[in-house]
Write a protein that binds this ligand. Sequence first.
Ligand code: PDD
Length: 291
Amino acid sequence: MSATLDPSADSECYLNGTFQPLSQCQVSVLDRGFIFGDGVYEVIPVYGRRVFRVDAHLARLARSLSAIEIANPCSGEDWLALVRELIARNAQDDQCIYIQVTRGVARRDHAFPRGVEPTVFMMSFPFPHIPVAKRASGVACITAPDLRWRNGHIKSISLLGNVLARQLSVEMDAAETILIREGWLTEASASNVWVVRNGCLCAPLRDHDKLEGIRITLLEELSREVGIKLEFRPIAEWELRCAEEILLTSATKEVLSVTALDGRSVSGGQPGSVSQSLYAAYQTAKVAQST
Ligand code: PDD
């Protein structure tokens, strides 16, 4: 394997019971993850070798597995032990732990195969910290129709709709693509989206159209802590377009301010006070709550 590949290429990963270098790790081409995208995943942030909100991530993994009828291959305790071992085997202090479980290897047939063990894969990559200058200026986003399936609450590895949506923003030199379904905000290609209207932080309802990000409950707690009013309700496209602030959240973006939408400036082109105070509270929480 070429040395010019991803710098994490020689990181340690885990596949079906064995820790091994990522560059040597192989799965069958008949794996249903490869053939059908038949599997689910998680991305868990690690700060200073400690995991942040890991119980919530493992609970969501259990919900995603149950939603697609794959028996959870590990108990919560076993997952946590594997996560900790993987962190220890990798060099960076700040990492992201990626977990993927697929339905396993079988002759190609859409129907669930019988008696097949799921494929369990985990890898670590360096936490992709957002440069300070980008955080200070905020990021540009574009909008696009949400053309994905109606089970966005499942953290499925079938991400073609998300991939195509994200590529639209890459081509416009923007950080994210915010998705609109029939006039309503859903989420972004790989983040949840929040708006500030009349000083109130608003998030779309938690439903099957979108992933319930682990940062949703966290921001509920943080907004209470810093005294920001929060409402969960349907958010119309026009409200997004005239929002005082727009925020993105995800495991890797943490809390990120959107300062331009479809080429028009948002919150005067600078991160607003709500995103600034939630970002600050997030920084405190990640230190205090990582275990
Ligand atoms: N993505 N919505 C979508 C479609 C996502 O892919 C993500 C995260 C989120 C935010 O979820 P959380 O706060 O739990 O990270 C919302 C991850 C980071 C990814 O696919 O890399």
